[in-house]
Design a protein around this ligand. Structure first.
Ligand code: ADP
Ligand code: ZN
Length: 721
């Protein structure tokens, strides 16, 4: 090959041609370094006929500078990258970047220096050194990472190296991961589980694209079933990717995996240390890492030999990424399985309506696990009508739920209270003048967090200490908290059950895998009586002595009123209800609501899932909503409101007039100010037959906007704010 076309990592340039110097061997997919003006860029060698570029004469081509010592991206992965960019109207280089994961990994193997405690304990220590000694027990990493972990400066740690408290160790970046052992602890499956597992195992052996929807009630043993397919893939020396919706669930998964296979899986997520990232990426690309568990971003890694994909809790909306490349990892995972020619299992107790529809249409094969494992029964679900059984003034937990919690505490059983709202109170105002605390950057109230004594914006992260006096009228001691968040519910539990041991589980309290691990261990060892949590605690966990689930406010999720509000509420409550009565003792669920007549609440109470899905399906069909029609959003934003509006109007004004596409808007977004940017939205509702992406490109590509304007396209949007 003389001349090559590169996909370069620079969204503005995209595609450039180069010359291959004498003696350099490359192939399609090779990751190379190329000159760009006085600088260097990274690029991927691509099939020239698949990328448009300006034709440059042979004589003007500059030579490539080098090839990275990493395996070339496979053709299957290149096709997936193209498909994703095309489908989600995203720059190819932004999608391809997700495959590279870590710059340092591309530099190849080798060794690195890490540090760990020597075990030396001098008699006298500065407070900082003492703190570091405490924090770094059992840790090993680069100085920078350890400094962050111990919250001390790097200088302190370097001093400790000098004093012999820390020692350097040389670490081989390519040291192998201990192999998972498929025979380590094989479970005895019941007949239904065995049938499901056999089907998955056969599919792994067949090495063909085969999408499955594993629809099993909470506690039916979905994990045990797909673990058999994982075991088969390991026996065949192929790789497995397990996608989880959030990092918080990996800790729990890890424990179960280790239990079954004798070793932990290889993790991939955003909070890995850079050396871990580098090691994992290399092992993935060389085929040495067999089972990889990760969040969305693990989807685009360059697996050498992928044999199976599992998407657990496949209904979760957090698989949809809402910034950067706005893709849905569940859907792209199915495409990856297709390009790789392998089976994929979407597992859920409450499948997304879209997935159900695809199963009904025969695209996915549906495998059912209709009952809980080991004779456990599904919990009884009861409605608590807040209009008739109101909590005491200033309280949020109704007397019947209080009694039920007292009863569980007396019996030594556990309760779980679910409220999907972080912080103490969603709104703080001044009793004297009515002043409300609002985020300066967003159309949102600031949420009070009592633990950190701060008011915080949940959209942009803006934080300010809770003031002593009202910033508007100056009155002291006049702020009132309106409405409950989980912290407030935890306070209430401490008042009604002072002797109960409680755990607050939110993204504010469970920031690290270690914190989550500690919580799970305590709950399993019955060192916790009452768990109070957000959606973080609704899925994945198995605490046999948890027999009561209280839903503090079932109406909360219905307020927004977007397309999926009903479905999401159903899923969330069904999932959290699924935490109750998973062991020998039966479970009970109390749902606090002001709208017992709402279709989703009634369906939950009657356990009538089919009727709920049927009604939702009809409503979507009538509205031409997904999966029967398609949606796309165009979000226009700028720091300058007038500029954003005029750009949005320009888009609206040039909207194509097509029989199978309806363009709504522009209208101010519900979150009309976000991170200091003014936002307008257009919503496109298209028939399935419409060429949505092509139309969008032809419509938007010719338009030009001022530099400060951002136009984002969101295909199949989940967020409507
Ligand atoms: P799901 O993911 O469907 O909610 P899990 O896979 O978490 O269900 O299973 C629920 C519990 O039952 C887990 O503790 C699991 O280990 C246990 N379990 C399920 N199937 C078996 C089996 N065949 N043998 C032993 N334990 C099982
Ligand atoms: Zn904000």
């Amino acid at each position: 090959m003389q001349r090559v076309r590169l996909l370069v990592f620079n969204a503005a340039l995209g595609v450039l041609d180069y010359r291959v110097p004498e003696g350099m061997t490359i192939e399609f997919g090779s990751i190379v370094i190329a000159p760009l003006g006085p600088r260097q860029v990274l690029g991927i060698v691509w099939e020239p006929e698949r990328l448009n570029a300006q034709e440059v004469p042979e004589s003007k081509l500059r030579p490539l500078l080098g090839v990275m010592p990493a395996p070339p991206l496979s053709e299957r992965l290149r096709r997936l990258i193209e498909w994703t960019a095309d489908y989600y109207c995203a720059p190819l280089s932004s999608v391809a970047r997700m495959a590279l994961g870590s710059m340092s990994a591309l530099r190849g193997g080798g060794t690195t220096t890490e540090y760990r405690l020597t075990g030396e304990e001098p008699a006298r220590l500065t407070p900082q050194r003492a703190a570091a000694l405490d924090a770094l027990q059992g840790e090993q990493g680069a100085i920078r990472e350890l400094a962050e972990l111990a919250s001390v400066s790097e200088g302190v740690l370097r001093g400790m190296v000098g004093a012999g408290l820390l020692e350097a160790v040389t670490v081989d970046l390519d040291r192998p991961y201990p192999p998972a052992r498929p025979e380590f602890a094989e479970p005895k499956l019941n007949d239904i589980q065995q049938d499901a597992a056999d089907i998955f195992v056969e599919a792994v052996k067949a090495k063909k694209f085969a999408p499955f929807l594993l629809d099993g009630v909470t506690g039916s043993g979905k994990t045990e079933c797909y673990f058999e397919a994982v075991a088969e893939a390991i026996r065949m020396e192929r790789q497995v990717l397990v996608l989880l919706p959030e990092i918080a669930l990996t800790e729990n998964f890890l424990r179960r995996f280790e239990h079954r296979f004798g070793v932990p899986p290889v993790l991939w997520h955003s909070s890995l240390k850079s050396s871990e990232r580098r090691r994992a990426w290399r092992a993935v690309s060389l085929g040495a890492a067999k089972v990889i568990v990760g969040a969305r971003s693990a989807l685009f890694l360059p697996y050498a030999n992928l044999g199976l994909i599992v998407v657990d809790e496949a209904h979760e909306i957090s698989f949809k990424q809402d910034d950067g490349v706005r893709y849905n990892a569940r859907d792209v995972a199915v495409m990856r399985a297709k390009f790789e020619g392998i089976p994929i299992v979407l597992a859920s107790a409450t499948p997304a309506l879209e997935s159900m529809q695809l199963a009904e249409a025969g695209v996915y094969r549906k495998i059912d696990l209709p009952s809980r494992f080991g004779g456990a029964t599904l919990p009884a679900i009861n409605i608590l009508d807040l209009r008739e059984e109101a909590p005491e003034r200033g309280r949020w937990i109704a007397p019947r739920l209080v009694e039920a919690m007292k009863d569980r505490l007396a019996k030594g059983e556990q309760s779980l209270l679910f409220l999907n709202r972080r912080g103490y109170a969603p709104l703080t105002l001044c009793r004297n003048c009515g002043y409300r605390f609002q985020c300066p950057n967003c159309t949102a109230w600031l949420v009070e967090h009592r633990f950190s004594k701060r008011l915080a914006c949940h959209h942009c992260g803006h934080e300010t200490p809770v003031p002593e006096a009202c910033p508007d009228c100056g009155t002291g001691d006049c702020l009132v908290a309106c409405g409950p968040g989980v912290e407030r519910i935890a306070d209430e539990v401490a008042e009604i059950l002072p002797e109960a041991r409680t755990a607050l589980v939110t993204s504010d309290t469970m920031k690290t895998p270690a914190a989550i691990g500690e919580f799970v261990a305590m709950a399993e060892n019955k060192a916790i009586d009452v768990i109070i949590g957000t959606q973080l605690v609704t899925k994945g966990y198995h605490f046999p002595d948890l027999t009561l689930v209280g839903v503090v406010d079932a109406d909360l999720g219905l307020e927004g009123g977007d397309l999926r509000a009903g479905e999401r509420t159903y899923q969330q409550i069904a999932q959290v209800a699924g935490r109750a009565g998973r062991g020998e003792k039966p479970g009970e669920v109390l749902i606090q609501t002001r709208h017992p007549e709402a279709a989703v609440i009634a369906a939950l109470a009657n356990g009538d899932r089919d009727a709920f899905y049927a009604a939702e399906t009809e409503a979507r069909r009538d509205a031409g909503a997904p999966p029967f029609g398609r949606w796309a959003a165009i979000i226009v934003s700028s720091e300058d409101q007038a500029e954003a509006l005029s750009a949005a109007r320009a888009i609206g004004g040039t909207a194509p007039n097509l029989p199978d596409m309806l363009v709504l808007g522009p209208a101010p977004a519900p979150l009309s100010l976000l991170r200091g940017r003014h936002r307008f939205r257009l919503l496109i509702n298209a028939r399935r037959s419409a060429e949505l992406q092509k139309t969008l490109r032809e419509w938007l590509d010719p338009l030009e906007f001022p530099r400060g304007v951002r136009v984002n396209i969101d295909i199949d949007p989940y967020s409507f704010v």
